[in-house]
Write a protein that binds this ligand. Structure first.
Ligand code: NAP
Ligand code: ZN
Ligand code: ZN
Length: 357
């Protein structure tokens, strides 16, 4: 495959062309490095379940798939070129890219540093366009990325960067609501789904000082949950396991990617507590209003995080030694990684080695 309108820096990646298609080598070009841009040689790209939803066009009504699609929005690599006006990065620095690469910079959301909610629509790292609304974006399953330095993150960790890549989506998506709702010592946090986001939520909530309970459909993950730092592990398939936990959590974060019932988790949220949904299954959920009314409970949604908060999260994780538990794969194993992730058999993030691809 080759991109239709190519000009700039030649690169290559791995693209899919339809919901059923396999990934194939894909040659395309990044834009030339402008005054505010940096060129990153990508070393690792995490596989987020959102990549799978998008590649398989499961979010068709919300964000239709744009093919050819090069997914990947958990990116770390080394800066190899900087534009004349760049101040934040030097050649040789480690840089990260998350879920968006630009935004309008003028709206109230951009002004308040929550660019992910840009009123005019952020430029997604892939399956979107640049702010010109015409140039397609291709993600991190590729060798290089050119990005405005204001939308790239500084990574201070060095050495093995594979566990850092997933922080750029799974890390910030869980850090942001945990921080917003004041998670800390003395609080009880529940994490639903022990996958990529879930295992980051466990590590980050523990680093914030909370007591953490994992809710999982996979009994085989119990031992891992303890190693990740969880205090308790509850298998959700048996309702009897959940009944004693009614009204007992300050916050429950639901990271489940598949359609499921939210009501058991609302029941376990305590007085004034909150159920934060970050997982985005294909179908809408049904809830019983009374279950929120009785106990002044809330449901909140949360989308990744702004650039400043993503930097704050990276610095927090560096300070607390938090990285993702990863399985590093070569690009010829993307399909296998997708299949295993869908089967909840990911421990706990697949990361593609792009440096050697
Ligand atoms: P993941 O690694 O596949 O983890 C999802 C976990 O959900 C699985 O490991 C599994 O954990 C549980 N699960 C899977 N199928 C289930 C089912 N049928 N019933 C109950 N639980 C099930 O996915 P991820 O990358 O963490 O992403 C999770 C979701 O968050 C996806 O929908 C993704 O698109 C979304 N997301 C949202 C944002 C945001 O900004 N809001 C950002 C990134 C991703 P157990 O084995 O422990 O049950
Ligand atoms: Zn993601
Ligand atoms: Zn904006």
């Amino acid at each position: 495959m080759t991109a239709p309108t190519a000009k700039g820096i030649a690169t290559r990646g791995f693209a899919t062309n339809s919901p059923e298609a396999r990934f194939e080598p894909f040659e395309f070009e990044r834009r030339d490095v402008g005054p505010n841009d940096i060129l990153i040689d990508i070393e690792y790209a995490g596989i987020c379940h959102s990549d799978i939803h998008l590649a398989k066009d499961e979010w068709h009504d919300l964000m239709p798939a744009m093919y050819p699609m090069v997914p990947g929005h958990e990116i770390v690599g080394r800066v190899t070129q900087v534009g004349d006006a760049v101040t934040k990065f030097s050649v040789g620095d480690v840089a990260g890219i998350g879920c968006f690469i630009d935004s309008c910079r003028e709206c109230v959301a951009c002004e308040f540093g929550v660019e992910q909610y840009c009123m005019n629509g952020m430029a997604m790292t892939y399956n979107g366009t640049e702010m010109d609304r015409t140039t397609p974006t291709y993600g991190g399953y590729s060798k290089h990325y050119v990005i405005d330095e204001n939308y790239a993150l500084k990574v201070t960790a060095d050495g093995d960067l594979s566990g850092v890549a997933p922080l750029l989506c799974a890390g910030i998506t869980t850090y942001s609501p945990l921080k917003k709702f004041g998670v800390g010592p003395g609080q009880r946090v529940g994490v639903v789904g022990l996958g990529g986001l879930g295992h980051m939520a466990v590590k980050i909530a523990k680093a914030m000082g909370a007591e953490v309970t994992v809710f999982s459909t996979s009994p085989g993950k119990a031992e891992d949950a303890g190693k990740l730092g969880a205090d308790n592990f509850v298998v959700t398939s048996d309702p009897e396991n959940l009944a004693p936990l009614a009204n007992s959590f300050n916050l429950i974060i639901d990271t489940v990617s598949a359609n499921h019932d939210l009501n058991p988790y609302i029941n376990m949220v305590g007085l004034n507590g909150v159920l934060v949904v970050v997982g985005m299954p294909e179908l809408p959920a049904t809830i019983h209003q009374a279950s929120l009314i009785m106990g002044n409970k809330s449901i909140a949604g949360s989308l990744i995080g702004g650039i400043a908060e993503t930097q704050e999260m990276l610095d927090f994780c560096a300070e607390h030694g938090v990285v993702a538990d990863v399985e590093v794969i070569s690009p010829d194993r993307i399909e296998e990684a997708y299949d295993r992730t869908i089967k909840a058999d990911v421990r706990y993030r697949f990361v593609i080695d792009m440096a050697n691809a």
